[in-house]
Design a protein around this ligand. Structure first.
Ligand code: UDP
Ligand code: MG
Length: 475
């Protein structure tokens, strides 16, 4: 599939009860829209049948793509994986539990068509428990005062992002991802509209109150250093109060003489100051902890398999039948792309070769032409054939395969020219065609070598990010 007009990214964690109904609901809406679309499911280490179901959906419909993470990395990581695999000119992020109504998609597309880079449906809080509503409102009021970015009550991850906005999100290397803050931070023209809150269709919410509290703290700390400022202010006020009290005590002693005990005051001062110090240390600790995780530069998730690189498990009913077929399909696509790129590179090679061999020995012209095409070949095959980011490691290995290729095609060329007296240009072309399949396997090996298996296909993050396992993202 070439660049689709729309990608729908769906993080899924134990959604077997609802995922098929979600798929037909979204498929129905997208089908009616007449758009060229893809649905990118990310299985975030589910322990139920979610993975098998999305594999099945992928097998039945080429517009369905999927990535399976090696364990539960949290919704933030799953969304990031989905955004990375998405190829659409616009991307819609949706939960799998149908709490994000698919019927809103046409309205979102319409607003995007009017030029908005972010279209954000905001849910009302209808049907939500009173305690959660009050807590959420207080939290957002606090966040508005403390955070450097605007986070709207009711605006969750459900949103449409233009490709430019998605690229901006993906360009941020941070590990502690607080998407609501990130979406706000990247800016771009944004429009919101409200919709009625919907209850989850089936299954359970993954977030209890402890997760929500952690998420709230994450959000507050991710986008500002004001808690550290507050600690400084608290310290300054305590110091000033202590100074005032010391002056008062000094006057009191001067006027009335020293009065012995005063241990209650002392005790209160010690306990009060101790408390403030501990809170301050805690705040600093939170920031230091974040720095610690950032410097470890761990990827935010690890990919177990994708639709292009299936990894059948013994328990999978697809094992031995469907999965290899998908693997073969991927290899066929890769080979076709490789051949197309080969034509481009052969043209480059021939241009250099034909331009040089009248003046220098034809084998030298062959080597030079070959060298020029190797760099282009490496870049194109990394990005288009294997669909992974070119790395220096792979680039250093690429000439190994190319070297073999060079010798083989050179030998063929030599035999063709010296033994069979073939035209030099035709001989070079024939040699190039004959070594293509071997060349494909070697090139793919070189590009993939040095990566973890899950990196292959460009689906794995190599960014420095880390994601909390328990990073809830309530709407
Ligand atoms: N989710 C996920 N990984 C997790 C937790 C949740 O991918 O660790 C997905 C989940 O499958 C759903 C979405 O994130 O598609 C929202 O989760 P949930 O409905 O539990 O959150 P709530 O709506 O209660 O805030
Ligand atoms: Mg939900």
């Amino acid at each position: 599939m070439t660049t689709p007009q729309l990608s729908v990214v769906v993080p899924c964690f134990n959604e077997a009860a609802v995922i098929e109904r979600f798929h037909s609901a979204v498929g129905g809406v997208l089908g009616r829209s007449g758009l060229d679309y893809e649905i990118c499911y990310v299985d975030d280490g589910s322990t139920d049948r979610t993975r098998d179901i999305i594999r099945g959906l992928g097998a039945a419909d080429r517009r369905v793509r999927y990535t399976v993470l090696s364990r539960n990395f949290g919704k933030e990581a799953a969304m990031l994986a989905g955004l990375r695999m998405s190829r659409g000119q616009a991307v819609i992020l949706m939960d799998a539990d149908l709490q994000h109504p698919p019927e809103l998609i046409p309205r979102m597309l319409e607003l995007h068509g009017q030029g908005y880079d972010q279209v954000v449906p905001r849910r009302t809080r209808e049907g939500e428990g009173a305690a959660r509503t009050v807590l959420s409102r207080c939290y957002y009021a606090l966040v508005r005062r403390l955070m450097n970015v605007e986070v709207l009550d009711g605006a969750g991850d459900f949103r449409l992002l233009s490709r430019q906005a998605v690229d901006a999100v993906l360009a941020l290397p941070e590990a502690n991802r607080f998407s609501k803050g990130i979406f706000s931070w990247i800016g771009f023209t944004t429009i919101t509209f409200t919709y009625q809150n919907v209850q989850r269709l089936a299954g359970n919410s993954k977030w209890g109150s402890r997760h929500l509290l952690n998420y709230g703290i994450d959000g507050l700390l991710s986008f500002n250093n004001r808690p550290l400022r507050l600690a400084i202010y608290a310290g300054v006020w305590c110091f000033l109060a202590a100074l005032g009290y010391a002056v008062w005590v000094a006057f009191d002693v001067a006027l009335h003489g020293a009065v012995a005990p005063g241990y209650a005051t002392l005790l209160m001062a010690v306990v009060g100051l101790g408390g403030i110090q501990l809170i301050t240390l805690g705040i600093i600790g939170e920031y230091v902890g974040r720095i610690y995780h950032e410097v470890k530069r761990r990827p935010p998730f690890v990919v177990r398999e994708t639709d292009e690189h299936p990894a059948p498990s013994p328990s999978s009913p697809l094992r031995g039948s469907l999965a290899p077929a998908r693997g073969r399909r991927a290899t066929t696509r890769q080979f076709a792309t490789f051949v197309a790129i080969g034509f481009v590179n052969t043209a480059v090679y021939l241009a250099v070769y034909a331009g040089l061999h009248p003046w220098i020995p034809y084998l030298a012209a062959h080597v030079l032409g070959y060298a020029v095409s190797v760099v282009g070949s490496f870049l194109l095959n990394s990005c288009l054939t294997v669909r992974t980011r070119p790395t220096w490691h792979a680039f250093l290995r690429y000439p190994l395969s190319s070297g073999f290729n060079l010798v083989a095609s050179g030998a063929l060329l030599y035999v063709a020219v010296s033994r069979f007296e073939m035209d030099k240009n035709v001989a070079a072309l024939v040699a190039g065609v004959l070594v293509t399949p071997v060349s494909f396997l070697l090139a793919r090996w070189a590009i993939n070598s040095g990566r973890r298996p899950s990196d292959a296909g460009g689906m794995v993050s190599s960014g420095p990010a880390r994601t909390r396992q328990d990073d809830p993202t309530p709407g």
